[in-house]
Design a protein around this ligand. Sequence first.
Ligand code: A3P
Length: 311
Amino acid sequence: KKLFLTEFRSGYTRVCGTLMPQTHKEFGNKILNMDVREDDTFVVSFPKTGTTWTQEMAWCIANDLDFERAKVFLPERFPFLEHTTLFDYRDLFAKRPDMNFPLYVTNSVQYVSELPSPRFIKTHLPWELLPKQIQDGSKQPKIIYVARNCKDTCVSYYHHSKLLEGYKGSFDDFCKLFMGNSLTFAPFWSHVLSFWKRKDHSNILFLKYEDMKKDLPAVIRQTANFLGKSMTEDQVKTLANHLSFQNMKNNPAVNYEAVVEINRTFNLIEAEGQFMRSGQVGEWKATMTPELIKQFDSWTEKNLKGTDLTL
Ligand code: A3P
């Protein structure tokens, strides 16, 4: 059976083994050669693993719980480095000059280069595509990597692709694409492992979505410690409340309703739904057939053989 996705991911290319849009050829070199600053904080992840949650946590800790400035739209405070590469809105925007799109959307790489320090930068790039200064160790910014169970990541990515990327195929086909490493930023496992094997570097913090769900205050304390910030127990509690799923879902600065709205304006999507969707651990159990679960488990076993990562 032919997968729907030949169309969904046409015009993509492999860069160092990672599936990226063709436009990454243009922007990828700029990213490789960009100037990193020692006081930058990066949040790095495979898509749908809790990136937004981790960004908001890190930003609030680093900015002494400044909830007033946290009302600024997250991508402006904490831009998505390769956004320009992913969504080439230029043709669309040309048709709607009235909409006046900001630079963090249309040229994220330039936007990041012009930000004052300390900068906060989100990226989904694997280690091998990060700026050379990070890879060769000549600059050591703080890097927080967040990982999530592959089955829950796949369920979340499926809904995301329907909501924001026009995916119209079935869930089963999407799972095949996930395991076939045919989604943007795939392969999943080499992405996670490229940071797992560096998790003991002093400038890298490796977090898991499941730990944040289980004990968010503990992860807040761990992250504050990593970022060199001290927090009172009251502050930890206040931040955990700010970061609850319900509060993030209702917070326009982080819930991406505005982005969903832009896509609707351009008729890019037909699907209903929200970015802050369900926020659960183990949703796959109710969503995947026993056959799919078996496939995911053997795929996981094969890829984690010889490593000490559990996810
Ligand atoms: P679901 O689709 O499973 O609900 P990313 O930011 O990497 O795109 O990840 C999005 C996923 O993180 C979504 O998962 C979203 O609901 C979940 N998420 C975002 N904020 C959260 C929070 N405060 N608590 C729990 N999950 C959260």
